[in-house]
Design a protein around this ligand. Structure first.
Ligand code: ATP
Ligand code: ZN
Length: 212
């Protein structure tokens, strides 16, 4: 019998809520201490625990059939999968920030300057739309320190409360993207897997409706 494979974040900001959503759908898992794969006893589904950066790729490659990932990470991956549902958790935004001393005149501030980010694809697109030409410096983490070490004039990074920016002497000046967790699926599911997915989606929609 066919089983649905869902990829979720192993440990991080989306992990707990992703598992909670499945539980609210009535899907039970054994308490797997540190296991990377968990199989449900009461629904034909298997959970793969991955880095959030790998979820989209594995869904596209059909290593997993569906996945839960931040919209920011999904858009940056620029891969071909279906977006099935907005899940209402993991809310954040991708924003441009500069040193709090800067008298920010608007997006033209970045013309000819360098911006550090882990989201080069999204930022490039945004700058193009805004008609601004800037250099993008890719860094995979601790983006907020870039201005203070003289690596860039600003950053483009994930913000939720803004406290990380503030503690690094930065202020948010432009919003590039709003994001939340989304459910994605592979584009070529078998009929059996699609039937299981429809069943799961029906439950997810009921859970989300009840929360509204
Ligand atoms: P991994 O080890 O899986 O690569 P990570 O460190 O890249 O984890 P997290 O910090 O756990 O990722 O964030 C996962 C997702 O949670 C983000 O991509 C984003 O969609 C969402 N998110 C919500 N609030 C925040 C926040 N304040 N900072 C960062 N991400 C947030
Ligand atoms: Zn990550």
């Amino acid at each position: 019998m066919s089983k649905l494979k869902i990829a979720i974040q192993k440990s991080g900001r989306l992990s707990e809520k992703s598992l909670e959503l499945l539980k609210e759908c009535g899907i039970k898992f054994p308490n797997g201490g540190g296991k990377l794969i968990a199989e449900s006893k009461n629904f034909p589904i298997e959970v793969l625990f991955l880095r959030d950066d790998d979820v989209t790729k594995y869904v596209e490659q059909q290593v997993a059939d569906i996945g839960i990932v931040g919209e920011n990470v999904f858009i940056e991956a620029n891969l071909s999968v279906n977006v099935l549902e907005y899940l209402g958790f993991g809310s954040c935004r991708l924003s441009l920030a500069v040193s709090k001393e800067v008298d920010y005149p608007g997006i033209t501030y970045f013309e000819g300057k360098k911006i550090a980010t882990s989201y080069p694809f999204i930022l490039q697109k945004y700058l193009k739309e805004q008609g601004v030409s800037a250099t993008i410096e890719f860094i995979s983490g601790s983006v907020e320190i870039a201005p203070s070490i003289g690596l860039a004039s600003g950053v483009c990074d994930i913000v939720s409360s803004g406290s990380t920016l503030m503690s690094n002497g930065l202020k948010e000046v432009d919003k590039v993207l709003d994001s939340q967790a989304i459910l994605i699926s592979n584009k070529a599911l078998s009929i059996e897997k699609q039937a299981l997915l429809d069943k799961l989606l029906f439950r997810i929609k009921s859970v989300l409706n009840a929360k509204e």
